[in-house]
Write a protein that binds this ligand. Structure first.
Ligand SMILES: [Fe+2]
Length: 439
């Protein structure tokens, strides 16, 4: 039996080259409405097995779509100090975590004209659309803690709302960045302990922190193990805070213990807060198969702190996404990636949720073809919800061929409208975004 971990083989196997190609082959037709870059981040270890799927050096892939063509592809390592082989201390002279120590391998987002490559333990790293690394971003020195890989964007105010968590106090910090890219608030939020907090959610007026029982244990860290472990005694709670409020304004509500890696969305409705996310009964192991992630709805009544829960779908999924213009607002549609049963981490198909009609559709990519995360791209800045495309990087292990597949969101189960042929295999990664030329 192979000793090689799953993230070092098959569709996950890292690649070594940085390449640039012009005019990619396309099966079908790239929609003329799409003008911009599809950007994808993920771990791509350069120095052998890093010990965990999460720990590889960050590599970005960019495909440019324009005038009905896939005009270019390029991939670049993110030139972080650790990638460059510089001596990187994890703890600085003040006993605080060195926030320049990062792989920046998890996500890529655009805000206030800057592209930021993100990993949750560190500062963001700015990159250009050509994927050149500019450097770490500390918001003119205001940012002192880590910065989540999953900030949220308010389409009304233009703000970027975020948080950071740490195993050293402050365990949780709220960050608010205005539309011009200025960090206007960075405030510690009191929690009972250090928990692993990968994502959060926003509504029109609130942010929602998820303080769940995956708790930091120093003895595990010292033993070289995954330092965040399940601890039933910690309890589980959601912290609802006015977006412009602070620690004193957080209302914590207890929920059934669970873990959430990624939220789909949250919004306010009839005086309550609705939160949809892939819910695990316990923390999933690295293959996401220890307990299934089921799309779940929490409805929180702030008046009496009562929370109701409802399972929306019984398939094992994660990587939920929505039309980004609706972050924090009512969304009818959402999209996620379903995992295959069995050992290892294998993506099976994409799911589309009609959350109002309580219906789902799936897109099956065919035998041996595994999809990544489905990213929504609208046909125009002012188009309706679901009026656009789902962009998804696929891997066909048998053919060693990756494709950027473009699905018509409104004909979700139908054939892709375009299959852009990648000139090299793109390993399975984490998250990506569509960066349109015009917003
Ligand atoms: Fe994530």
């Amino acid at each position: 039996m192979s000793e090689t971990p799953f993230y070092m083989q098959g569709n996950f196997k890292p690649i070594e080259t940085e390449v640039s190609f012009e005019e990619l082959e396309v099966i079908g037709e790239v929609p003329a409405a799409l003008s911009g870059h599809f950007l994808r981040n993920g771990p791509n270890p350069t120095k052998g097995d890093p010990g965990h799927w999460f720990f590889g050096d960050g590599m970005l892939h960019a495909i440019r779509l324009e005038n009905g063509h896939a005009t270019s592809y390029r991939n670049r390592f993110i030139k972080t100090p650790s990638y460059l082989g510089e001596e990187v201390e994890m703890v600085d002279a003040n006993g605080q975590m060195n926030r320049y120590a990062t792989t920046a391998n998890t996500h890529i987002v655009e805000h206030a004209g800057k592209l930021l490559a993100l990993a949750e333990s560190a500062f963001p790293v700015e990159v250009t659309r050509d994927l050149d690394t500019v450097g770490a971003v500390d918001f003119d020195g205001v940012l002192k803690t880590s910065f989540t890989a999953h900030p949220k964007f308010c389409n009304k105010t233009g703000e970027m709302l975020a948080f950071g968590y740490s195993f050293l106090p402050p365990y949780l910090t709220y960050h608010r960045v205005d539309a011009q890219g200025k960090m206007v608030q960075s405030e510690a939020i009191e929690v009972p302990g250090s928990t692993m907090m990968h994502d959060f959610a926003i509504t029109e007026n609130y942010v929602i922190f998820m303080d769940l029982p995956l708790v930091f244990k120093m003895e595990e860290a010292m033993a070289g193990n995954m330092p965040y472990v399940w601890d039933d005694s910690y309890g589980a709670r959601l912290g609802i805070m006015p977006r412009n409020g602070g620690n004193a304004d957080v209302k914590w509500v207890e929920i059934e213990p669970c873990y959430v890696v990624h939220t789909l969305n949250a919004f306010e409705q009839d005086g309550k807060i609705v939160l949809d996310a892939a819910r695990y009964a316990e923390f999933p192991d690295v293959s996401f198969n220890s307990s299934p992630g089921l799309m779940n709805r929490w409805t929180i009544d702030l008046a009496n702190s009562k929370v109701t829960e409802e399972i929306l779908d019984d398939r094992n999924c994660d990587f939920p996404r929505l039309d980004p213009r609706l972050e924090g607002l009512h969304n009818r549609f959402g999209y996620s990636t379903e995992f295959a049963d069995g050992p290892g981490l294998e993506m099976k198909q994409l799911i589309k949720y009609d959350l109002d009609a309580r219906k789902t559709e799936t897109h099956d990519f065919g035998e041996g073809v595994a999809p990544g995360e489905g990213v929504f791209a609208g046909v125009a800045p002012d188009c309706g919800e679901d009026e656009g495309f789902i962009l998804v990087m696929t891997c066909d292990e048998g053919r060693q061929q990756s494709e950027l597949q473009i699905l018509d969101a409104q004909n979700f189960a139908g054939d892709p409208v375009a299959r852009v042929q990648m000139p090299q295999r793109v390993p399975v990664g984490f998250h990506g975004n569509w960066a349109p030329d015009v917003r």
